[in-house]
Design a protein around this ligand. Structure first.
Ligand SMILES: *Cc1c(COP(=O)(O)O)cnc(C)c1O
Length: 391
């Protein structure tokens, strides 16, 4: 029977019905090692007992109340995020896309309320900020925008790593610069710390706001709670989602008091954003991830995994030519079509995620056991071997 679902995805013929840790089970009983984690969403793996308990406990007490009232779980999570970051203010959303919408609105409103409206937002080629009309206009790629015009005006896309173009583009009319510290969909492209520092300085000298999209690279993924911490600079506005809910839909916009100053009562809202269920789970995720010992483990596991991946690349030069990324947001740049490698992974009961720039993404649960890392490397080796034989 044909599917009643809108066919906007090229779906693999796999249906999962159960998960535990880094493993997923299909409807016909096959077990897959999951290096995708729902695209960096299941940050603590599947069915983490503490998250299951937090959700169950909140579900038994209160599911939903309107943002017309003070929501204790939301207040608590906002306080936890503010205490661990640059932010003074937090707004909760249900997704990364909604976080992008608010980040754009907040930046424009900031300049409006300062008495000198600025609309122009600088973004980068290969970026991904979501699928709303605003977010696709920001990213600007033909693939995402074709047929959906007229697009929201006010966005410019610069080449990734083109410092000259950036210096030329940023002016006193620049509202904000929006960038992922590690491009996820774009192919695990890491923004060097020096560049992020330089970008911070450029924004400051032109009065533009710096918006960091940490939807994919945040929440412990790089081995720090947020990726920008490695560079020692802070944004004015930050988008968070994916890992923050550990699998429950949750996103957030974090901002300094100054950047958030235009967002007064009545300027924005959300029916579901920051609801008790999402925030109860989010608080538990934060409790576990925003912990120095946990993050030290992420770094240790990342070093272990990366070392194995370097050997894998060396052993299969006809399939891979480079490891990319930082922490547990990793990519393998492929010499063959990356889709072939993802597919060979499925045949080896291994899930990886394709990205642009002919890369396969490896985004395991942050608490993946060392044994599963070793097993993942064996299965990647099997998949690479199969690709070589078919080449
Ligand atoms: C996934 C993603 C988004 C969009 O998040 P959704 O929850 O899918 O709306 C935005 N930015 C980045 C960097 C992402 O990886």
């Amino acid at each position: 029977m044909s599917s009643a679902v809108l066919p906007t995805y090229n779906r693999a013929p796999l249906s999962f019905v159960k998960g535990a840790g880094s493993w997923l089970t299909t409807d016909d009983g096959r077990r897959f090692l999951d290096l995708g984690a729902g695209i960096a969403v299941n940050a603590l793996g599947h069915a983490h007992p503490a998250l299951v308990a937090a959700l169950g406990e909140q579900a038994g007490r209160l599911w939903h109340v309107s943002n017309l009232y003070t929501i204790p779980e939301q207040e608590r999570l906002a306080r936890m995020l503010a205490d661990k970051t640059f932010a003074d203010r937090v707004f909760f959303t249900n997704s990364g896309t909604e976080a992008a919408e608010l980040a754009i609105k907040m930046a424009r409103k900031y300049h409006h309320d300062k008495g000198r409206p600025r609309a122009q937002i600088i973004a980068f080629e290969g970026a991904f900020h979501g699928r709303s009309t605003g977010a696709i206009a920001a990213a600007g790629s033909e693939k995402m925008t074709r047929g959906f015009g007229p697009l929201m005006p006010g966005f410019t896309q610069l080449k990734w790593g083109d410092h000259e173009a950036l210096r030329a583009a940023i002016t006193e009319d620049t509202c904000a610069v929006i960038i992922e510290p590690v491009q996820g969909e774009g192919g695990i492209r890491v923004l060097p710390d020096q560049c992020l520092k330089g970008l911070r300085d450029l924004c400051d000298s032109h009065g533009a706001l710096l918006i960091l999209d940490e939807v994919q690279c945040g929440m412990g993924r790089t081995g720090r709670l947020f990726a920008h911490e490695w560079a020692g600079v802070t944004p004015d506005i930050m988008m968070v989602a994916k890992g923050i809910g550990g699998g429950f839909p949750l996103g957030a916009v974090l901002a300094t008091e100054n950047a958030a100053s235009g967002m007064v009562a009545g300027t924005h809202g959300s029916t579901y954003g920051g609801n008790p269920l999402a925030c109860a789970v989010g608080a538990k995720v934060m409790e576990i991830i925003a912990d120095d010992a946990f993050l030290a483990e992420v770094n240790r596991k990342a070093a272990l995994f990366r070392q194995g991946l370097e050997s894998l690349v060396a052993a299969h030069p006809a399939v891979f030519d480079a490891v990319r990324g930082e922490g547990l947001i990793l990519g393998l740049h492929c010499v063959v079509p990356s889709g072939d490698v993802v597919k060979a992974g499925y045949d080896a009961n291994l899930l990886t995620v394709p990205a642009a720039d002919n890369v396969i993404r490896l985004l395991p649960a942050l608490n993946i056991p060392d044994d599963d890392i070793a097993e993942a490397l064996r299965r990647l080796d099997t998949a690479a071997g199969a690709v070589e034989r078919h080449a």
